[in-house]
Design a protein around this ligand. Structure first.
Ligand SMILES: [Zn+2]
Length: 304
């Protein structure tokens, strides 16, 4: 399995055996899902309100390890109306213990996407696995001076004095998240374009605040012609299809996060529109179906 993570020996980095990018179209909108890699996450974080034995049984059912999981980390690039929009930015290199994430810059380059061509960044929220890529060495200098960074006003406000009292993250994660968010706000302050509830970044590309995971957590809804697609950020995790009411340790308001999740999954099941999410297995393009009281994850066909 490790072959898939290895570049060709003797060739420069961008030439990976698995390019880890997946393109699709939503009407007139071009969408590229890019994997930032995978990051390790302790299994108990997936379900802080579940009986540990039930979580262990679920992991076993899903052929997942019982202790540490490799969590997928997806970023999306959208092109619409002459704008190139980066939705989230991956982990970056701030966290030395996560060597298999932080690949975004390399993979954008391999996809022929110059950072200088990015006109807008949309952030679903300010956890480090979503903003860290903007803090990696040399990235800011390669981005345009007139870059616009869109995020919910509530998110920027929250991280001025963040509340971790209802989250359950293992140390030193809370401190690392605080530091990364602070650095991000300092470095990108002049480029922030905060919105209250929603904002149309480009034709058919609307970012909408949901709250829950963080107070300003947002999703991105794409619509063009008759086509639709939703990028759910951290509103939906893999475990959510079977156990939408399980709390994730990274959620700052777990009850609200569960309400947001169930509402979104019900809507996507009703409209049959495709879903992409940060931590679903790459390329994460899928549909949502109702299965009794819970949901079913239906991966889309890889059509290349
Ligand atoms: Zn995340």
């Amino acid at each position: 399995m490790s072959l898939a993570n290895t570049s060709h020996p003797g060739r420069p980095g961008p030439d990976e055996l698995v390019p880890s990018r997946y393109a699709l179209r939503v009407g007139e909108i071009d969408v590229l899902v890019v994997s930032d890699g995978v990051l390790p996450i302790p299994a108990p974080v997936l379900a802080t309100n579940a009986d540990p034995a039930v979580l262990t049984a679920w992991l076993d059912d899903m052929f997942l390890p019982p202790d540490m999981l490799e969590w997928p980390l997806n970023v999306v690039v959208v092109r619409s109306g002459g704008r190139t929009i980066l939705i989230d930015a991956g982990l970056g290199v701030e966290f030395p213990d996560f060597p298999r994430a932080g690949r975004l810059a390399l993979r954008l380059e391999a996809a022929g996407i110059d950072l200088a061509s990015v006109t807008d960044v949309v952030l679903t929220h300010m956890h480090m696995d979503h903003v860290g890529g903007l803090l990696a060495d040399g990235v800011r200098g390669r981005l345009r001076p007139d870059l616009r960074v869109h995020l919910a006003a509530a998110e920027a406000e929250f991280w001025a004095s963040p509340d971790f009292s209802r989250a359950s993250m293992p140390p030193p994660i809370p401190d690392v998240l605080r530091r990364a968010a602070k650095r991000f706000l300092n470095e990108y302050y002049s480029q922030l374009r905060p919105f209250e509830t929603e904002y149309e970044v480009a034709p058919g590309v609307v970012v909408r605040r949901t709250g829950g995971h963080t107070p300003g957590h947002s999703v991105v809804r794409l619509a063009s012609g008759g086509d639709r697609l939703t990028f759910a950020g951290d509103a939906v995790f893999q475990v959510a299809f079977d156990h939408p009411d399980w709390y994730n340790g990274f959620e700052h308001d777990p009850e609200e996060a569960a309400r947001v999740r169930v509402r979104l999954l019900r809507e996507l099941a009703a409209t049959r529109e495709p879903l992409v999410a940060t931590h679903l297995s790459f390329p994460s393009v899928c549909h949502v179906a109702v299965a009794g009281d819970v949901f079913r994850w239906v991966p889309a066909v890889w059509d290349y």
